[in-house]
Design a protein around this ligand. Sequence first.
Ligand code: SF4
Ligand code: SF4
Length: 281
Amino acid sequence: MKSKTPGIKDKIKAKCYKMGIPMVGFAPKERWEQPPTELPQNFSHWIPREFWPQSIYPEVKTVIVIGLPVQLPIVETAPSIYYHELYETVNNLLDEKAYEIANYLTLKGYPSIYLPRDGYGDIEVLLESPLTFFSHKHAAFLAGLGSFGLNNVLLTPEFGPRVRFTSIFTTAEMKGDPIPGEDLCTRCLSCAVQCPVKAIESRYPSGSSSPPLINKMKCARRSEKLRKEYNSPCGICIKVCPVGGDREVFNRQDTSIYTRKDGFERYHDAWEHVQRYGSKK
Ligand code: SF4
Ligand code: SF4
């Protein structure tokens, strides 16, 4: 195992660019050991030790987090078979790309392992215990890629919550990316109001720095129902969030498109058309 890693971070970034990965961040393992001072929200409970990367792979020095977007006009059809297929595709791509990066680093003399994007057998498992053995969302936060929204998803400047992450554990030592500390959530409450099962707490208790509250079991039960219909994931809180440069790219700055049909008939007609096919009603 090499102890020094000159230039390897730039090589990884260049490789990610070539692989079509728009988001990559680096977090030294020490960032799991205590909450960083740049936190935009106060975490009432920090990540338990058994979920730290060094508890899972003791040799790890740096966690590399990669992110792929889910394309907004497809998320707008959610819940639908179209969004379901996109979700599966992005998950598979993340697994493949993370595996390739881990092998690349290992061949260069820095033993590395990839983490699976999801890491659970089925939604029924999440109904029993709604956690996986490692959180990519927290890793992405610690790699400086975004801040947590009220919907408990990581919000990014580029894609808002419409990005999925996975991680690579590497023995290469690399400087961490800065954690901006900016809170991207506007507290617009759209995610809470439009969640069909009211799984998201619609207020920040006693001040804006409190942690987001989400009823994971309510959310998982809705996922279970949608899964039986071949319509999972739900995606509504992802769809309606106004944060993200992708809104401008896809000309969707006006988020009232989701709550009123008047003036947006052709969009609603398109979503309803997609929703009519390919899944159980
Ligand atoms: S995924 Fe759906 S059920 Fe879960 S919190 Fe978001 S809107 Fe609510
Ligand atoms: S929809 Fe609004 S309240 Fe919810 S995460 Fe996005 S910005 Fe925050």
